[in-house]
Design a protein around this ligand. Structure first.
Ligand SMILES: NC(=O)c1ccc[n+]([C@@H]2O[C@H](COP(=O)([O-])OP(=O)(O)OC[C@H]3O[C@@H](n4cnc5c(N)ncnc54)[C@H](O)[C@@H]3O)[C@@H](O)[C@H]2O)c1
Length: 316
């Protein structure tokens, strides 16, 4: 590593977004330390170091902070809707101890800028669509374990923003990703799950698909390459104690999404639905005016994004 190379510590750098971010920043001549429970499989680089560990354990996390770190990207979190219902305490431990430990160490090691990855889940079901960053965030039912995740994200934002307010960390920026997709993201998300179900039918010409929910739920999905470009804009231009939605403002319902798969794969798909998870929002679309002001422009519409996803996704 050259002496003037900037060092980034990424927590959760082995996950879906983390892997892409790690490689993206290494390509741009940063040195990346990835602190995660699991390593990135089959990846090495002279500008990369993996340290195994849990963000909830400060003694171990401190080992990752030894070097002169300029930026921290805090991504480590337990994701996947099923986990929110099955292991809410684990989800909360990772987010609450995680953010407190990360902020404490950013203060101690005088990190220049901390980027906290929150989530669109903090809006729950907003009445105002598209939803901008100033609109209230909420937990509508404290007894529903689904909100272990959103609750942990709200806490993370609170802790980070107040560390910055008290000037204990120089600069803290909040990112709220909205339904990012791309190859190699695991199968616990809408797009890969649909694709896997379709692929398991061995691409017959007419297939029947069972989905969770009615199919009328509206989301807006952002392709990983667009997400990285949006994040890079925020990395370069994001201001202290500011929040940035990163997503796509092209809403689509799940039925339409399935019809795009059908069009690309040249097959017919008929669907039947079952009830969705309790507490899942019916519609979510971000207002992305703030990142557009930084010069962000999407490259992929949903059709081209799904096409690229199918080209790159390997299903065993
Ligand atoms: N993918 C999306 O569409 C999306 C949407 C909104 C928010 N986010 C947020 O962006 C971040 C990255 O998301 P992702 O899709 O890459 O998630 P992911 O689940 O693929 O990756 C999370 C990573 O964190 C690690 N991790 C979990 N608990 C940990 C702990 N206690 N200590 C250390 N590492 C731990 C996991 O091993 C994994 O590698 C997360 O904070 C997520 O909540 C993602």
């Amino acid at each position: 590593m050259k002496s003037d190379t900037d060092i980034i510590l990424i927590t959760g750098g082995s996950g879906f977004i983390g892997k892409y971010i790690t490689k993206f920043f290494i390509k741009r001549n940063f040195f990346v330390i990835n602190y995660d429970i699991n390593p990135i499989k089959n990846f090495t680089s002279p500008n990369y170091k993996f340290i195994k560990g849990d963000v909830a354990k400060i003694k171990n996390l401190r080992k990752a902070f030894k070097k002169k770190i300029k930026y921290v990207f805090h991504l480590a979190a337990i994701n996947g809707t099923k986990n929110f219902y099955d292991f809410p305490v684990k989800v909360l431990e990772a987010s609450s101890f995680g953010i407190l430990n990360v902020c404490k160490l950013c203060e101690e090691f005088k990190v220049k800028k901390l980027f906290i990855f929150s989530s669109s889940e903090v809006y729950n079901e907003s009445k105002i669509i598209p939803t901008n960053e100033k609109i209230e965030i909420k937990i509508p039912d404290i007894t529903n374990p689904r909100f272990s995740y959103a609750g942990g994200k709200i806490l993370s934002e609170l802790v980070g923003l107040n560390y910055a307010l008290e000037k204990r960390i120089k600069s803290v920026v909040i990112i709220r990703p909205h339904n990012v997709y791309g190859a190699d993201m695991g199968f616990g998300h809408v797009i890969p799950e649909l694709y896997k179900k379709i692929s398991l039918k061995k691409l017959k010409k007419n297939i029947k698909l069972k989905i969770i929910g009615s199919g009328n739920e509206i989301r807006s999905f952002i392709y990983i390459e667009d997400f990285l470009n949006g994040f890079y804009k925020v990395f370069r231009k994001g201001k202290n104690r500011n929040i940035y939605n990163i997503g796509n403002n092209e809403p689509i319902n799940i039925r339409k999404l399935i019809s795009i798969f059908a069009r690309i794969l040249n097959i017919k798909i008929s669907i039947s639905g079952k009830n969705g998870h309790l507490g899942g929002p019916k519609k979510r679309v971000p207002d992305i005016t703030k990142i557009k002001k930084f010069g962000y422009k999407k490259k992929y519409n949903i059709y081209n994004g799904i096409k690229k996803f199918i080209e790159n996704e390997k299903i065993n």
